[in-house]
Ligand binder design. Structure first.
Ligand code: ADP
Ligand code: MG
Length: 293
């Protein structure tokens, strides 16, 4: 049964605050301020919670008689506040994985939990609701609606969520402001550069205040300067607390993520399981004991 759309409205977006506040400590490392204003370092040792848990997920496309295995027994965990870069050659299964993480496609086998909820038990309505409330998408080709202003593009997810016109406008304006596009709000996509279009697309992903942003090659169509600017923006959004998973071919951008996941022929490799990573962190932090290996 459909729930009334108004029950889906999100609290005011934290990420759409006019200017992302990125502070750096003496060493240049990013720090975040939480609630009461206490400075929190990105590598603090507080308990972490998974946004994403993937258990032995497989995906096989059936093309008539031909079966194309795109993902094979993928298991991974991504925590709240992580910035993860997924890398891998063309055809390795990155987009298939992102589509599953974004609940745009269903696995052929295995389980996927988002915020602890098994999406395998949800119907289409629930999935659409979950996508709208929890996930922001950014695509390589921007996917903005043509002949429609940046402002209206950014308002769209809020219209699907059932927000009133004036509230939609206010929040879309804030989101555009936060990505540095306040002075281009009434421009259409064709009147904007690629980098500017992608900033609008990032504002559209942010405007619902999602817990997770999925960006599939968001800089793939941009020159290196614009790519760096879009990555700066994603990094700022992450530093405000939003979990981000992005696919990139660019090692320079991948280095800026806290963690890289490599996809090779449908297998995930180099994804240090969370427990192992934490154990390694603790070993390094231990009094003078060098990490093994
Ligand atoms: P990547 O994003 O890493 O380039 P994809 O996830 O798009 O890789 O594709 C992984 C494999 O699955 C490829 O062999 C691709 O041809 C195949 N594939 C992707 N989408 C489909 C589909 N809708 N139907 C059939 N095969 C597909
Ligand atoms: Mg792809």
């Amino acid at each position: 049964m459909r729930r009334p759309p108004h029950s889906r409205v999100n609290p005011p977006t934290r990420a759409a605050r006019p200017r992302p506040l990125v502070e750096r400590d003496e060493s240049g490392a990013a720090v975040r301020r939480r609630g009461g204003g206490a400075v929190v370092r990105r590598d603090d040792r507080r308990p972490r919670h998974p946004v994403i848990r993937v258990h032995e997920v497989g995906k096989t496309y059936e093309l008539g008689q031909i079966r194309v295995p795109a993902l094979r027994d993928v298991s991974l965990r991504i925590d709240v506040g992580d910035l993860v870069a997924i890398m891998g050659s063309s055809g390795s299964g990155k987009t298939t994985l992102m589509n599953i993480l974004g609940c745009l496609d269903v696995p052929s086998s295995g389980r996927y939990l988002i915020d602890g909820v098994d999406v395998g038990n949800m119907d289409e309505d629930d999935l659409a609701d979950l996508r709208n409330r929890k996930i922001g998408f950014v695509f390589q080709s921007f996917n903005l609606v043509a002949r429609t202003s940046a402002l209206v593009n950014v308002e769209l997810p809020l219209a699907y969520a059932g927000l009133r016109g004036s509230e939609r406008r206010r929040r879309a304006e804030r989101a555009l402001h936060s990505v540095g596009m306040a002075n281009r709000m009434h421009h259409q996509p064709s009147e904007l550069s690629g980098g500017q279009q992608q900033r609008v697309a990032v504002a559209r992903a942010l405007v619902t205040n999602p817990s997770l942003i999925l960006a599939d090659e968001p800089t793939g169509n941009l020159d290196s300067l614009m790519a760096r600017q879009v990555m700066d923006l994603l990094e700022q959004i992450n530093e405000m607390g939003t979990t981000i998973v992005l696919v990139t071919h660019d090692p320079e951008l991948a280095r800026r993520a806290q963690r890289n996941i490599h996809v090779v022929d449908g297998l995930v490799i180099d994804s240090a399981p969370y427990e192992r990573r934490r154990a390694a962190d603790e070993t390094r932090a231990g009094a003078g004991s060098p990490a093994a290996g």
